[in-house]
Design a protein around this ligand. Structure first.
Ligand SMILES: *Cc1c(COP(=O)(O)O)cnc(C)c1O
Ligand code: SF4
Length: 334
């Protein structure tokens, strides 16, 4: 008889949900009762960067509302085909900062590992929408070259797992990677940049939580939430679970026109994050990636929005407004 453990069941479950994600623009429009007139542009734009929305996220989108702030983050639009001056394939200089396939270092003390190219959702504004993950995949060789470089550089105290979304890796792969990082004496902190707890809460398995809780590294989970409507009861619940592992929970958002570029939306987001024990960390000005110009908010408007937040929220619920410039040693405060 085959033994099925709880761990395998959970594992299968989130992977199956992810595999059943909507990738066909026609299906997205139909499910959300949106007009067919959106289809030709959605098809064209999704040829450049595919559509991907799991049902767990779709359920939070209001039907029949083309302006829904969650829909706007995932619906491919004709505007993505426009070439805008100042917008490029690699706006933040990832290519120049690459130490070797899958490993980037821009800032002192911290190295960023592109653990996988896969994501739980495709965000239309993503600055890595053109990134060549196939050429940069370090998992292929069981992380060996990356682990060897990290072990050889004692100035690195923090490893940031990024991607793609590092939680798209299976627990087995991820925990093995964490295990290898724990073997490097000078590494103190492990940071995970992820959107999966929000997009697909069931991804937060007990195996993952146990792994984080038992790690001797200080673990920091940086979520990516842009709108209060993204935080439903299931999301709040897994944030509690992550909190109980002893990890710090932070959030970064991207300021996006038509999604969260209002005082009301940003205030509600911060309040909701606070309710869930998540600290707002960064509010990013959009990286100028080709195809995302329609999401841009002018710096002046961004500054005014954050000034208004400061007037009405406790200081710890006001995120830092920053922009990333290629070649600088930190994100730049605005
Ligand atoms: C943003 C980023 C970091 C982390 O910066 P913090 O300011 O510490 O959050 C590290 N490495 C790279 C390549 C980054 O883009
Ligand atoms: S989850 Fe993150 S890396 Fe993936 S598409 Fe969205 S913004 Fe980009």
């Amino acid at each position: 008889m085959i033994q099925v453990t709880t761990a395998t069941l959970q594992f299968d479950h989130w992977q199956q949900t992810l595999a059943r994600s909507i990738t066909d623009p026609a299906e997205l429009l139909e499910r959300l009762q949106l007009p067919d007139s959106l289809l030709p542009a959605a098809r064209k734009a999704s040829e450049l960067f595919g559509l991907k929305v799991p049902h767990t996220y779709l359920d939070r989108i209001r039907p029949a509302d083309p302006a829904d702030p969650l829909l706007r983050q995932v619906l491919p639009l004709g505007a993505e085909l426009e070439k805008t001056a100042g917008y490029s394939h690699d706006p933040v200089g990832d290519h120049a900062a690459s130490l070797q396939p899958g490993l980037l270092q821009k800032y002192p003390g911290r190295a960023l590992l592109l653990a996988t190219g896969a994501c739980g959702i495709h965000c239309r504004y993503c600055f890595r929408r053109h990134f060549d993950y196939v050429a940069s995949n370090p998992a292929k060789q069981d992380w060996q070259p990356v682990i060897a470089s990290l072990a050889g550089d004692s100035s690195i105290h923090e490893v940031i797992l990024s991607g793609g979304d590092p939680l798209s890796l299976t627990d087995t792969k991820l925990l093995r990677l964490i295990d290898m990082l724990e073997g490097i004496k000078h590494i103190k902190r492990l940071r995970i940049h992820t959107r999966l707890p929000v997009v697909l809460p069931e991804r937060i398995t007990s195996a993952l939580c146990d792994g984080l809780a038992s790690s001797h590294l200080q673990t920091v989970v940086v979520l990516h939430i842009n709108h209060a409507n993204e935080i439903d009861a299931a999301v709040a619940d897994v944030c509690q679970k992550l909190q109980h592992t002893g990890s710090w929970l932070l959030n970064q958002s991207v300021l996006l026109a038509g999604v969260n570029d209002s005082v009301a939306a940003l205030t509600e987001l911060s309040e909701r994050l606070g309710d869930c024990d998540i600290h707002p960390y960064y509010l990013h000005q959009l990286d100028r990636v080709l195809g995302a110009a329609h999401f841009a908010v002018p710096d002046e408007v961004a500054r005014q929005l954050v000034a208004k937040l400061r007037d009405s929220l406790p200081g710890y619920l006001v995120p830092k407004l920053v922009r990333e410039h290629a070649g600088e040693f930190s994100k730049t405060p605005l």
